[in-house]
Design a protein around this ligand. Structure first.
Ligand code: NAD
Length: 251
């Protein structure tokens, strides 16, 4: 068990990649803090974890609000004594042509995807320092952080910036044994991509751009995240793992 007795906080744990990561972490022996703005979505994840003999607590969090994040960290410490790992999975996507993009669209995207990951990481690192322990953070970038996509300038900008945020943290906190890494998924079968899955033309276009000829599964991203959280990745920090079926190899 690669995460035995580790406390892992997963934001966005109510759906998609966060949910898959929480389930795999529990199978690897971790205690889970399941955090999401849609707290009701967490109960079934908690039940699934209990079903495999794991321990999980749920907490409602808005990653854009410091007070809410402080409550999340407080619950983690109260329930499990300390924290060890953070997965910044909470995120949103929207497709909007640039000239129709309102300032509030851009702000919402960067608030949740970028500032939210920053605020959670800052609070988590403060707790690690108080505990005098090392730890591991995984950020969710995207292939949109490497190449451009039309109608999603705000999303691409947020995902590119996440890569730099992770690297700066890796540099600043490496001496404290805090590792910071990125997973950059391609197109994965999660509710975020329902608009592609439900549209036969979009779906075919997506699949044709992926050398492995299919969309990825959430479990395939969870595997990469758990690897980076675990001691198997003990010498990885500031690194980036692109998990995209080869989608950006030809770009
Ligand atoms: N699915 C993909 O193909 C893909 C590809 C690249 C990157 N990503 C990234 O991976 C992450 C997870 O994506 P997903 O596919 O699981 O999406 P998803 O929509 O299935 O899940 C996202 C979760 O984040 C939660 N959330 C949204 N705003 C929040 C907030 N303010 N505070 C707390 N929780 C909030 C939602 O309630 C939801 O449960 C996102 O950052 C996304 O950008 C996904």
């Amino acid at each position: 068990m690669r995460l035995k007795n580790k406390t892992v906080i997963v934001t966005g744990a109510g759906s998609g990649l966060g949910k898959a990561t929480a389930l795999l972490s529990a199978e690897e022996g971790a205690n889970l803090i399941l955090a999401d703005i849609r707290a009701e979505s967490l109960e079934s994840v908690k039940a699934e974890i209990a079903g495999v003999g794991g321990r999980a607590a749920t907490v409602s969090v808005d990653v854009c609000r410091s007070d809410s994040i402080d409550d999340m960290l407080g619950k983690a410490v109260a329930d499990f004594g300390q924290v060890d790992c953070l997965v910044n999975c909470a995120g949103v996507f929207s497709s909007i042509p640039l000239l129709e993009m309102r300032e509030e669209d851009f702000d919402r995207m960067t608030d949740i995807n970028l500032k939210g990951s920053f605020l959670c990481s800052q609070a988590f690192i403060r707790q690690l320092i108080a505990q005098d322990s090392g730890g591991a953070i995984v950020f969710l970038s995207s292939i949109s952080g490497y190449i451009g996509f039309a109608n999603s300038a705000h999303y691409c900008a947020s995902k590119g910036a996440i890569r730099q945020l992770s690297k700066a943290i890796a540099l600043e906190f490496g001496p404290r044994r805090i590792r910071s890494n990125v997973v950059a998924p391609g197109t994965i079968e999660t509710p975020m991509n329902q608009w592609i899955i439900d549209d036969p033309d979009r779906y075919a276009q997506s699949v044709s751009s992926i050398p492995l000829g299919r969309l990825g599964k959430a479990s395939e991203i969870a595997s990469a995240i758990v690897f980076l959280l675990s001691e198997d990745a003990s010498f990885c920090t500031g690194s980036e793992l692109v998990v995209d079926g080869g989608q950006i190899t030809h770009c």
